[in-house]
Design a protein around this ligand. Structure first.
Ligand SMILES: [Zn+2]
Ligand SMILES: [Zn+2]
Length: 259
């Protein structure tokens, strides 16, 4: 399974998951032309994309979804709440399939396991995506770490985890108090320390790659997110550097990794 983040943050998110010539996108939060540009960087193209799988209806996750689904005539997989909440953003979708937390589904040869997460959207989900023995966990936009997330994200070969903000930077930063409270709430976003705690629990010797995702430009720094993750791995007993940490940025496509 090949994985690359085409960009990550509050201005747009999309994850390419591919195997051979079959590929899916988890979220499509960039315009169609930008998605195409970024896909080109990976060596894949629109013609390889078989389906869109959506985590929730916020614009930074669905901005290009409707355009892409219509242009490529591919199905959109999302929860009922996401399809309902995002109706005006999606526009007409040629094919939709309802996802439900706890109900695995095969999508273009990938086994996709949605699970509920805690975020201020209609029915947000994270995913575990499996192909053969490879297992990827995707969890961004969650206000807290839940028991279910801990369970579902166990024993992944690669993880995409939100490290939205550094708590000190957020509190001292320029956002209005209400927005700070929303981000810190149980339906907001995970801090570096929240993600670090989860990583400490989830680390196992088979975890090869961690992508730190959805970093806030105003309330985080790539080095702070990386340090928090490195600390977490050390606490978990990982000293040998076999687990690689990638910090995903808003304007760059990450390295493509294989698991
Ligand atoms: Zn988001
Ligand atoms: Zn969101």
């Amino acid at each position: 399974m090949n994985i690359a983040l085409l960009g990550s943050g509050s201005e747009g998110n999309a994850v390419l998951i591919a195997d051979g010539s079959s590929a899916i996108l988890v979220d499509a939060g960039f315009s169609g032309s930008r998605l195409q540009e970024r896909l080109n960087v990976t060596g894949y193209s629109f013609s390889d994309i078989r389906a869109l799988v959506i985590t929730h209806e916020h614009s930074d996750h669905v901005r290009g979804a409707g355009v892409l689904a219509r242009r490529l005539r591919i199905p959109v997989f999302a929860t009922e709440g996401t399809l309902r909440g995002g109706r005006s953003k999606f526009g007409h979708l040629p094919h939709t399939h309802c996802l439900e937390g706890g109900r695995p589904i095969e999508i273009a040869g990938f086994q996709v396991h949605p699970f509920d997460i805690s975020h201020d959207a209609e029915q947000p989900v994270g995913f575990v995506v499996e192909h053969g023995s490879a297992r990827l966990g995707v969890c961004t936009d969650s206000g807290c770490v839940t028991h279910l997330m801990r369970q579902r994200l166990r024993l992944c070969d690669a993880l995409i985890l939100e490290t939205n903000h550094d708590s000190t930077m957020l509190l001292a930063g320029p956002y209005p108090w209400e927005l700070k409270q929303r981000i810190r709430s149980r339906v907001g976003h995970l801090s570096n320390d929240d993600a670090g705690g989860l990583l400490e629990e989830l680390w196992h010797p088979g975890l090869s790659h961690i992508f730190l995702a959805h970093l806030s430009r105003e309330n985080n720094l790539p080095d702070l997110a990386r340090l928090a993750a490195e600390d977490a791995l050390r606490r978990a007993g990982c000293f040998n550097g076999d687990t690689r940490i990638h910090v995903a940025l808003q304007d760059e496509v990450t390295e493509m990794i294989s698991i």
